[in-house]
Design a protein around this ligand. Structure first.
Ligand code: AOS
Ligand code: ZN
Ligand code: ZN
Length: 387
């Protein structure tokens, strides 16, 4: 089925942000398997990310993680990225790998520790000034393991106070996005466990504070597209962390576990105007533990593109008519028709018409880049999770 000119122009503007940590070695607590050619520093991570954009024209920005991507000269990192045709995107903070944060960071009852966690975020904003990044993304590993261990309410209050101070340091277009996660590493309570809590916290900050929705951070069976709709309705959907899950926070390739869910999410994003809205950032948050990393990222952005094309193929008028007529099965069939439409041949043709390879996976494999980095780089770094 040919793609309409409207669909193609929306797809042409599509932009997916890559996480620098997807290019580093990562693993589970059992083992980190090293891959030949793994980047040895943030400059090499960005070079690898630029390859994904080179073969797909879908990934012009790269998110950084502090301290994993700490460098002496951020202006140089920025120039390096721009020379390779990409820009630096979201800055991710880290309050989960320091002994001081064992019992909390932005929620901690000890003023010294809370100060340290706030200062880390202020430093992240200094970095954003140098990299030209718009967004500071905060994911907090904070919570408790046993009932009675922590004062749930006081922690919410301290979290708000900490966020106020961080938010006050933002300037110009800069934004704060607060991610939620229902459990892990804390197992009894988490301080920002759901979209409602994130919304309450950011709504109290102001217009430039938004919610980040990580697709892997929900209980099984959660209707994620409903959350997408609600956050867009409230004007608070700031960004996505896309990935796939089978069990919990698996961080697998987006669209791999449940392409239908990805389709439903993108359909709802489009209905809410989010595909054309620069205020909604589509980021990947993935780790490639056993598969090749650059092809893993190429596969990921193509999955998003394919499901976007299908979501854009839904016949809106027919759907509306069926919904108004209470035609339950008719309405469902309109959606399913689009979902079952194989858009891959049309996308391949369109890529060629824009001077891209019809099959970016094959083109990357044939490019020799993987062999070259495997030969040139020795001693790649871990992404940071196991460090
Ligand atoms: C953790 O579970 C989260 O998904 C985060 O988004 C985290 O910040 C990211 O994986 C890198 O720090
Ligand atoms: Zn995430
Ligand atoms: Zn996660």
């Amino acid at each position: 089925m040919p793609l309409t000119p409207e669909t193609l122009s929306t797809l042409e503007a599509q932009s997916i942000e890559l996480p620098s940590w997807a290019f580093g070695n990562s693993g589970t607590r059992f083992k980190v398997f090293a891959t030949a050619g793994t980047p040895r520093d943030p400059f090499e991570k960005i070079a690898d990310a630029a390859q994904v954009n080179r073969f797909t024209a879908l990934a012009p920005t790269v998110a950084l993680h502090i301290p994993w991507d700490k460098v002496d000269d951020y202006a140089a990192l920025r120039r390096h990225a721009e020379d390779l045709g990409v820009t630096l995107g979201t800055i991710n903070s880290n309050t989960f790998q320091d002994d001081d944060y064992k019992f909390g960071a932005l929620t901690h009852h000890d003023d010294r520790i809370r100060r340290k966690a706030i200062d880390h975020h202020l430093e992240c904003i200094d970095i954003m000034d140098a990299t030209g990044s718009r967004d500071l993304k905060i994911w907090l590993a904070e919570g408790s393991n046993y009932p009675g261990q922590a004062d749930l309410r006081a922690r919410q209050d301290r979290l708000q106070e900490s966020l106020q101070e961080i938010y006050a340091r933002l300037t110009g277009e800069q934004r704060l996005v607060l991610e939620y996660k229902f459990f892990e590493p804390a197992f009894y309570h988490t301080d920002v466990p759901d979209w409602g809590t994130s919304y309450v916290q950011v709504a109290a900050l102001g217009e430039r504070a938004m919610v980040c929705l990580d697709t892997g951070h929900h209980a099984p069976g959660t209707n994620i597209e409903f959350i997408v709709m609600q956050l867009q309705r409230l004007g608070k959907l700031g960004s996505f962390d896309f990935n796939s899950r089978f069990y919990a926070d698996d961080d697998l390739i987006v669209g791999a576990a449940d392409p239908f869910q990805l389709f439903r999410i993108l359909f709802e994003v489009n209905r809410g105007g989010g595909l054309q809205n620069p205020d909604v950032v589509f980021m990947l948050d993935q780790c490639h533990n056993v598969e090749e990393k650059i092809p893993g990222q190429i596969r990921s952005v193509l999955n998003v593109q394919e499901m976007t094309a299908r979501a854009l193929s839904v016949d809106g008028d027919a759907l509306d008519a069926a919904q108004r007529a209470n035609d339950v099965l008719g309405a469902n069939a309109v959606l399913m028709d689009a979902f079952y439409t194989d858009v891959r041949p049309a996308l391949a043709e369109w890529r060629e018409s824009r001077g891209l390879a019809a099959d970016p996976m094959a083109a990357y494999a044939a490019s020799g880049y993987q062999e070259k980095i495997a030969a040139d780089r020795v001693g790649g770094v871990q992404a940071g999770w196991g460090a």
